[in-house]
Design a protein around this ligand. Structure first.
Ligand code: BDP
Length: 319
């Protein structure tokens, strides 16, 4: 039986929507994308089908997928909050360097009023995007072709970053040079070819993209915790019935906990895998780490301007 919904014209129809994901099959966010698609198909009784394109096959660069969502060329994208901040600047506040004590702290903020307000801000800002839910992406760390143990070692290093001006400034403040415009699936070859000296990411991406083979020095500086976001194009609202739009939003929220569970498992197995492969992991001393943090003061001044109370509230959350 072909599932149908009344589209207000007296006719009935079903719709197939597209979701773009840069990660490979089996990666925690990709698993969550499929879970989302499954739930939506089930609850709309087949009226809405979501096709997941993983591995960056549709858009290798998240900026490309975000812009496609804005003009309605793409329906959903699972992206990092980092490039989204170029379109919704307020989002920088929830990904400031060294903002969270740990993952629990971040989740308390994201699931609380500030996190939910930020998610709503994505649509309220007029970006043409809708923030459906957050996913975990752990902490990001630098990895390089030469050992880095302190801020001094960052001098002159070309580090690939996501498309986010705040992150470029972060690396500049540490003495390095931030390089943008390289998709996550191209980092390995950019390092191998010597275009860059390293990049920064969490354990699972470092492992799954194979970057650990090209840049085997990993410093656990944990400079940022940048959540993932499942985005919809605002155009989807006109492609489905009001009831199905509510179902889509509810299904997305339901996948968050599932992704967080998958994330914890993968973070551990990826770490084990790269360590077994011979990666040198450096754990900075409290003093060395303090120097990284101290360098971030201008970012708090610039990107925190107007959000001082919110930042204080974030910092006090869970204390
Ligand atoms: C990974 C995120 C992915 C980003 C990638 C990057 O999961 O969405 O595209 O980082 O650095 O951690 O571009």
């Amino acid at each position: 039986m072909i599932p149908v919904f009344a589209n207000g014209t007296g006719e009935t129809s079903s719709v197939t929507l597209t979701l773009s994901e840069v990660h490979a099959e089996g990666y925690p966010t990709t698993l969550a994308d499929y879970r989302f698609a499954e739930l939506v198909a089930e609850r709309t009784e087949g009226r809405v089908t979501i096709d997941v394109y993983s591995g960056g096959t549709l858009y290798g660069e998240e900026t490309g997928s975000i812009e496609a969502l804005q003009i309605g060329d793409l329906d959903f994208a699972r992206v990092s909050a980092s490039p989204v901040a170029s379109y919704v600047p307020a989002l920088n506040v929830i990904q400031l360097p060294y903002l969270y004590r740990d993952g629990d702290h971040m989740w308390e903020v994201l699931n609380g009023p500030i996190g939910q307000e930020m998610l709503e801000e994505i649509q309220a800002s007029g970006s043409g995007l809708v923030g459906l839910c957050y996913y975990d992406a752990g902490a990001r760390n630098f990895y390089t072709t030469k050992p880095v143990q302190s801020v001094a070692d960052m001098a002159g290093l070309k580090i690939r970053l996501q498309n986010n001006a705040m992150m470029v400034e972060m690396v500049q403040l540490l003495g390095g040079n931030g390089v943008t415009g390289i998709g996550p699936n191209e980092v390995y070859s950019a390092i191998s070819q010597g275009t860059i000296d390293g990049a920064e990411n969490n354990w699972p991406t470092y492992e799954s993209m194979g970057d650990y083979e090209a840049a085997p020095y990993f410093i656990l500086d944990g400079h940022t915790r940048v959540p993932e976001i499942l985005l919809a194009s605002e155009a989807v609202i006109d492609k489905v019935s009001a009831e199905d739009w509510e179902i889509i939003k509810e299904c997305a929220k339901e996948t968050q906990e599932y992704e967080i569970e998958q994330w914890a498992l993968r973070e551990e197995s990826s770490r084990e895998k790269v360590v077994a492969a011979g990666v040198t992991v450096y754990e900075p001393t409290a003093e060395e780490l303090q120097e990284f943090q101290d360098r971030m003061a201008p970012i708090y001044e610039e990107y925190g301007a107007g959000y001082e109370d919110m930042i204080e509230e974030i910092m006090n959350t869970g204390l």
